[in-house]
Structures are given as structure tokens and as C-alpha cells.
Write a protein that binds this ligand. Sequence first.
Ligand SMILES: [Mg+2]
Length: 334
Amino acid sequence: MTHSYSSALATLGEFGLISRISAAVFTHGSVITGIGDDAAVTTISKGMQLLTSTDMLLEDVHFRRSWHDPYRLGRKSLAVSISDIAAMGSLPRWALLSLAIPSDLSLDFIDDFMRGFLAMASENQVVLIGGDTCSSRSALVVSVTVMGEQYTDRIVRRSGAVPGDDIWVTGTLGDAALGLKLLESGETVSNELLTGLLDPEPRVPVALLLAEAGLATAMIDVSDGILADYGHIAEQSGVGGSIHIDNLPLSASFKQYTAGFSVIPYQLVLSGGEDYELCFTAHSTNREKIVDCAKKCGIDVTRIGIVTSCSGVAAVHRDGSSYIVQTDGFNHFK
Ligand SMILES: [Mg+2]
């Protein structure tokens, strides 16, 4: 830290900041040594394997401070990495957080960011076990690593989809993309759309139930849009897929906002990204069990398509005709 920081942050210093953070950390029995030593020491549950995923969030690339309040930014920074562990059908357990802090950032901002981060952590039983802080000459940089664990035979990869499997998705798609479009164009954004964009909820409980029951043959979280993300499953499984446009689950807010449009902007739903829902494939005999799993977790699941043996992923209408992106009818998004 240097004297160029706001007085409260400069007075606190790096070590003061770290003690302030570690005092607020929730912990569990797997953490033998948390923040405060040269490295953290943790115990992995017997018979389980360790999963690790990391994400970097850059100011003005992945978020804007003018849109994203620090509390929800803290939540989302952790949520996106938890979502990756969930997408492996695994239990998120430990997190590392590194921050590059620009000189114009206030201690209040960091406090609110950490409140959000640690709230997301305790909601998901994740312990912050370490990290790093340094000064940034320009933007705020947030780097998060989440580690999780799962029994070997329960881990769900992208590579297990088989032709004939159903393609499923949790929750609804497109809210985050629509929310972002509206923010960019300076329009009013409903709370539900904003929540989709600024405060996504990682789908841990349903992911764990699906993994435990061995129902998902392949799984991924939807961070780049369902077409691209299902495309990763298709590629790694050596299969193709048909996504049925008319089955894509849309939120009430999405439907309400686009009700006056001559065509629904499905490209936001297909390619918008940042939904952090789960896309998974499953054998068609397991439909009822899958709906039951979702019900237990209080969320919806929707069958949006079918895994095919030909390569490539197609977006199609109910009658089998290809979906063609319509660019007229929603001038907002030109
Ligand atoms: Mg992912």
C-alpha cells in the first residue's frame, strides 16, 4: 500500500486489511490453518478428489463500478467460481481471493465488497483460506480461486453426453444479457433483470443432487450463452445437438419487456451469457427423477433439446426449421 490511498485504507495498511478480512471469515472443520500463515492447510474428505477453478474479473471488462455496487460485486466474484465447481457436480469448499486495488478505492468499498463475498461464501459453506492484495495503477482486479471436492465416480464432466440424451437447463436464460443491453443503452432495468446480471446464484444444491443420483451424463454452467456452452459439451463428448428455440425458458421480466417486440430477441437467450444456470444432458428415462431433484431445490428445469450424433449444434423451431437471427423488430439492440 502507498500513501496515495484514501486515508482510511492507507492507515489500515495491507496487514490491517488482511486481519480485518480474516476476522470476518466463517470457517469449518476441514480448515486446519486458514488465513495468516504462509499457506493454508486443509483436509480433503476421505475418498474424494480435489477440484480447482479460477476466474479473473477486470474492471471495465467484466464489470463497471458505476453499475455494480460493491456488495453484489463481492457476491458475484465468488459466485462465478462456485458455479464452475457446481458444474462439475462437486461441493465447493475453499476459496482464495486476490485483489489489485486502485488508489481511488475507498475502505468502505472494500468492506462492502468483502461483506458480499463472505455472505456468498457462508451461503455455500465455502471458507476463504487465503489470497493476496496489492496496489493497482489503474483498474480494480479481482481474482478468485475456488476448490471443491467430490467422490471420483460422482464428478460430472463435459464429455459424457450420448446421442439421444435430453438437453436440460436450470432456471431461465437471457435475463443477464437483456439487463446488460438495457444498462448499456441507459434504459430503466427491472430488479429481476438486474439481479440476473449483478447477483447470479450458483446452482450448487441441484448440481449435487444430480451428481449424487448419477443423473447428469455431462454438465456445464452457462457463462457464455447456451449455444457456446452446450457447444463445449458437444465438442468434448464428440456429439452434436438440437436446441429447441420455443422451449428456451424465459423469465416473466424477459417476457414482459419483449412483449411488444415483433420477434423475441432469442439471440440474447442463445448467446448472451452470464446466466450461470446449469446446462446438462441426461438419459430420457430419467425425466421424472430430474424434475424431482429440481423441485427439492426449489428451482425449475426445462428440457431444451436433444443430443444428436451429427456434429454441430443447431437452434431449431418446433417444426424442425432452423432458427435465423432476426435483426429487425427490436431497434433497441441494433
Ligand atoms: Mg464454466
